[in-house]
Design a protein around this ligand. Structure first.
Ligand SMILES: Cc1cc2nc3c(=O)[nH]c(=O)nc-3n(C[C@H](O)[C@H](O)[C@H](O)COP(=O)(O)OP(=O)(O)OC[C@H]3O[C@@H](n4cnc5c(N)ncnc54)[C@H](O)[C@@H]3O)c2cc1C
Length: 457
């Protein structure tokens, strides 16, 4: 027990019924989208930044762990109370504070849902590009803390490219304002990028200033039927070589297609020529999209791939729903899942997929690889039954080793959290780890923010 009676009493006075302590309430904050479960000792639901600052003042005095939480969709255990302590859930700090049309910026509280922000901005002809597949049910605070990406990352980049400045609460109850309020700025040191992807280990976001863009005039989506998995990566690199910049190039491998059977019934007539799928979207000015689409169609003819294309918003969204249905559909293959989100140089994707197929056929465990192949980022999921857990762990380690051998990284956007923490030592050298530990100590000297995640001991 890390939260003392005295600390709980002070927190109760501060938050009243917005401090949850009953076990049945705590259960709701004990899991995320990984298969982990850690029961917190209490949950705080702040509505104002002054409350967050007071929580952090008390945390420093009473030395209890503080675990920040958005919507709990993390796949790595990062918003979980691994060592007990207080979960601070930002769901009630969900106001859009200010839209600045001249600067094309929007200031939000961390609990705003990414999808709600998209709906709000659309009214003004604007959009916020980062689009994790969880955009309808994940928060901007969580997206910033994990450095979230999504299909549009290929053309538009990820969360890191849109966060201009942050207001951050630090242990002890201090407020830190990072980055200039302007679109540019080089007055040293810009601390904003340090917080993007920090997974709640350096401070708690109170306000976030984001850059937004005008909505593209036109979109065109191609659903490409890939006869041989490796051909998908060839298509992506050839498109880029020809000067095309699709907004998205999303890959679905043949094992994932098994889980999607229901959703792709309408492609039955293509089954014979379908080993994998590629979602390729172009957007921008109408003439550009049509011109790029034509070039892409020529390329499809050369490689002999059939396709289905969509231009209306409804049809495009209907097709993207297939892609977004992947994560929940995987449970059809087996009851347990181990998930990673590795990134490789594009040239290595072909070799990597062949390596996975070999592991799959040797082990009898389903290995799904899907996602943002355009920027080299694949979600590799092992699907297995409980009695195969040791085999799955061994396979996972072989896969991560292969990724590093191919000059990749073990996490592109989901973060390290609890599940990938031991493997950080495989990727980073001791000097990097030492510097990162020193940075953590500057912001959080007593180690109370999200302990036991991200940086290994
Ligand atoms: C079906 C599904 C699809 C997904 N697809 C994608 C995808 O395409 N791309 C992608 O990047 N991710 C994806 N994810 C993972 C997940 O949705 C993202 O990591 C997301 O950014 C987490 O947001 P959240 O609000 O759920 O945060 P949580 O899971 O609650 O927390 C995530 C991290 O953010 C920290 N945090 C939360 N709020 C704050 C705050 N105010 N201040 C400081 N730290 C804070 C937490 O401590 C934790 O470390 C997917 C998950 C699911 C379940």
């Amino acid at each position: 027990m890390r939260l003392s009676k005295e600390a709980l009493k002070e927190l109760k006075e501060l938050l009243s019924e917005r401090l949850l302590t009953r076990e049945e309430e705590l259960f709701l904050y004990a899991f995320d989208a990984s298969s982990l479960f850690f029961l917190p000792e209490a949950v705080a639901l702040p509505e104002r930044k002054e409350e967050v600052l007071e929580i952090l003042r008390l945390a420093e005095i009473f030395e209890f762990p503080v675990i920040s939480r958005g919507c709990g969709t993390s796949t790595t255990g990062s918003p979980l109370a691994v060592e007990g302590g207080l979960v601070v859930a930002f769901t009630r700090m969900n106001r859009i504070l200010e839209l600045n049309l001249e600067e094309r910026t929007v200031r939000v509280e961390p609990g705003v849902i990414n999808g709600d922000l998209k709906v709000y901005l659309k009214r003004y002809g604007l959009f916020y590009p980062p689009d994790p597949a969880s955009y309808a049910f994940s928060s901007i605070g969580g997206n910033v803390a994990t450095g979230a990406g999504g299909p549009r990352g290929l053309k538009y980049g990820t969360t890191k490219d849109y966060v201009l400045s942050l207001e951050v609460a630090l242990p002890g109850g201090k407020i830190l304002k990072t980055g200039p309020q302007t679109l540019k700025g080089v007055v040293p040191y810009n601390l904003t990028p340090l917080f993007v992807g920090s997974e709640g280990t350096l401070g708690l976001f109170l306000e976030i200033l984001l850059k937004v863009l005008p909505l593209p005039e036109k979109r065109k989506l191609y659903l490409v039927f890939i006869p041989k998995e490796e051909k998908a990566f060839f298509l992506i690199t050839e498109s880029l070589k020809k000067g095309l910049t699709p907004a998205s190039a999303e890959f679905v491998d043949k094992t994932t297609l098994k889980a999607l059977e229901e959703k792709i019934k309408f492609l039955e007539s293509e089954q014979a020529s379908l080993e994998a799928l590629l979602f390729v979207e172009f957007d921008g000015k109408k003439e550009e999209v049509l011109k790029d689409g034509k070039l892409f169609e020529d390329l499809l003819k050369v490689v002999g791939s059939k396709y289905y294309s969509a231009e209306s918003e409804e049809e495009i969204e209907r097709l993207w729903e297939i892609r977004r249905a992947i994560s929940p559909s995987l449970k059809k293959l087996a009851s347990k899942k181990m998930a990673d989100d590795i990134v490789l140089p594009r040239r290595a994707l072909s070799e990597f997929i062949k390596f996975l197929r070999k592991l799959e056929s040797d082990s009898g465990i389903f290995i799904c690889a899907f996602g943002h192949a355009g920027d080299g980022n694949l979600h590799v999921n092992l699907l297995y039954e409980e009695d195969k857990i040791e085999t799955a762990k061994h396979l996972r380690e072989q896969i991560l080793k292969k990724v590093l051998e191919l000059c990749g990284t073990i996490s592109g956007e989901h973060g390290v959290g609890y599940t990938k923490r031991p493997y950080v030592l495989w990727e980073l050298d001791p000097l990097q780890i030492e510097i990162m530990k020193k940075i953590k100590k500057i912001f959080d000297p007593k180690g109370i923010l999200n302990p036991q995640i991200k940086i290994p001991d």
